[in-house]
Design a protein around this ligand. Structure first.
Ligand SMILES: Nc1ncnc2c1ncn2[C@@H]1O[C@H](COP(=O)(O)OP(=O)(O)OP(=O)(O)O)[C@@H](O)[C@H]1O
Length: 356
């Protein structure tokens, strides 16, 4: 068994999303062989890759079939999150910037942002959140850090903000700059300039994913964001309710306008159905059924998944500990699946654009 044999076998294994083989994608590294034992590393495009186990299985199968049926194969799965943002002057160490938007308020955009951030971080990704929701900045509450304030450092004669860090997530919120009751009086230009400061005068360090919790609807903030920094894409959060869907459609259309032109990474359907804690098998479609899925299909964008309406989601949000911290909770699994799908779609998009 030689290194060349192993590479030849792995060159027959396709990365299912990117539709190219692992060797030409440069995903196989550190091959070591001792007798019948072969070890190597597969470098995935995201630690949240939902196809991890499938890829592992296909590698083992190829080596057993093409090299040695008795080989003992040990694969170390790591990830290097892909980016299209190399050498950009703003946030050069932030690989992917994802705007989380909704048409209507109260559909759970902030809840989804907080839980997606934690789910991505659970896979080993480095994650940050900018809470740009001037009408109701809720990250300080959802992460139980209301009294925290961003730090300040001096870097090459320039004062930079240092994000608050909670549960391994770096966070900046409009809510840290003004007492909660005052936040509503923030006017567009003030909020836009705070957002600019969060982006250009902050030491975020290295991040795989930066999530930006936008205000609901369409506003100056949305424009500031896309004009200040190249956003990788936007996620639209909606409930299946007709009025929410109509607004979500408007939000989606805004990102697609010529002067904004931000790709839609997918739709998340929140409060998809109510399920009581004591009867988890029962699903009540109180806001209607499949609205988010239909919206995604109609606009030919990915559907990232559905999150049920569950009392514990609201309670954990109010307590300042996103529900995904309760690991075997079924809702945590639903969020994890949405996060994996989002990371997968980002990796696919990065690969497609890189090829153009
Ligand atoms: N799936 C869910 N199950 C139960 N409660 C939820 C769910 N999603 C959100 N909530 C609750 O609904 C309320 C509104 O959610 P959230 O603040 O996340 O919405 P939002 O869209 O960010 O609102 P806005 O943009 O108006 O600030 C919160 O109390 C939250 O805990």
């Amino acid at each position: 068994m030689t290194k060349e044999d192993i590479l030849k076998a792995l060159a027959t294994v396709e990365e299912p999303d990117l539709k190219k083989d692992l060797v030409s994608l440069n995903m196989v590294q550190n091959i070591g062989i001792q007798g019948k034992v072969v070890r190597f590393t597969i470098v995935l495009t995201t630690p949240a890759c939902p196809l991890k186990e499938l890829i592992r299985h296909n590698c083992e199968k190829a080596i057993h079939k093409l090299v040695d049926a008795e080989a003992q194969v040990f694969i170390d799965m790591t990830a290097s999150v892909t980016t299209l943002r190399d050498s950009t002057p703003l946030l050069p160490k932030v690989r992917n910037i994802v705007a989380i938007a909704s048409g209507k308020g109260g559909v759970g955009k902030s809840t989804v942002t907080a839980n997606l951030a934690m789910s991505l971080a659970n896979t080993g990704a480095k994650v940050g959140i900018i809470d740009a929701d001037i009408f109701g900045p809720s990250m300080p509450t959802m992460f139980n850090c209301e009294s925290a304030r961003p730090g300040l450092i001096n870097q090459n004669g320039k004062q930079l903000l240092l994000p608050v860090e909670q549960y391994g997530i770096k966070i900046l919120s409009i809510g840290f700059l003004a007492p909660p009751d005052d936040a509503v009086v923030w006017r567009g230009p003030m909020a836009s300039s705070a957002l600019r400061q969060f982006i250009s005068d902050t030491d975020w360090g290295e991040l795989d994913y930066m999530l930006i919790d936008l205000p609901p609807g369409t506003s100056d903030i949305h424009l500031t964001l896309v004009q200040t920094v190249p956003v990788t894409g936007a996620v639209i959060v909606t409930t299946p309710q007709k009025v929410a869907l109509a607004d979500a459609q408007k939000g989606l259309a805004m990102f697609r306008q010529k002067q904004i032109n931000v790709p839609i990474l997918g739709v998340v359907e929140n409060m998809a159905y109510f399920t009581p804690a004591e009867l988890p098998e029962n699903k009540y479609y109180i806001f209607g059924k499949d609205g988010g899925k239909i919206l995604a299909n109609r606009n030919q964008v990915p559907f990232l998944g559905e999150i049920p309406l569950v009392q514990s989601i609201r309670e954990s949000g109010d307590k300042g500990k996103p529900i995904v911290t309760q690991q075997d909770n079924p809702v945590a699994i639903a969020f994890q699946e949405v996060a994996e799908k989002l990371a997968q779609n980002i990796a696919i998009r990065n690969a497609q654009v890189a090829l153009v």
